[in-house]
Design a binder for this molecule. Sequence first.
Ligand code: FES
Length: 131
Amino acid sequence: MEDLEISNFRRAAEIGSQRLQSGRKEAVIMPNAIKVATTKDLPPGKAMAVSVGNKSIALFNIGGQYYAIDDECTHAGGSLSEGEVAGGVVTCPWHGATFDVKTGEVLSPPASDKVSSYEVWVEGEDIKIVL
Ligand code: FES
């Protein structure tokens, strides 16, 4: 099913970002937005790992806002989706480096390199990541 979702959104990406008119309603197609979860899957204060192609991404719900960063800590590969989350900061479960879940910036060692962050798009109950 995930391959079908990716295929559908790749097709949308080929069309590009464009507006579709349907009566008085207007929708925007976000190129490369891939559904990875639903809002029911991820309550506030929680995190989960999702896979998109060969990428593992940590998805966070911080007070109803969703954020996505690479799941793999840049220090030694700890899974950030398994870390403690408080105030928009995730602590790597392996050696305690902290990262800003909004930007992926390192806030404290031993990690020294940031992780990539991704735009998150919520459409109805669908959580999508823009790659
Ligand atoms: S693997 Fe994350 S701090 Fe070491």
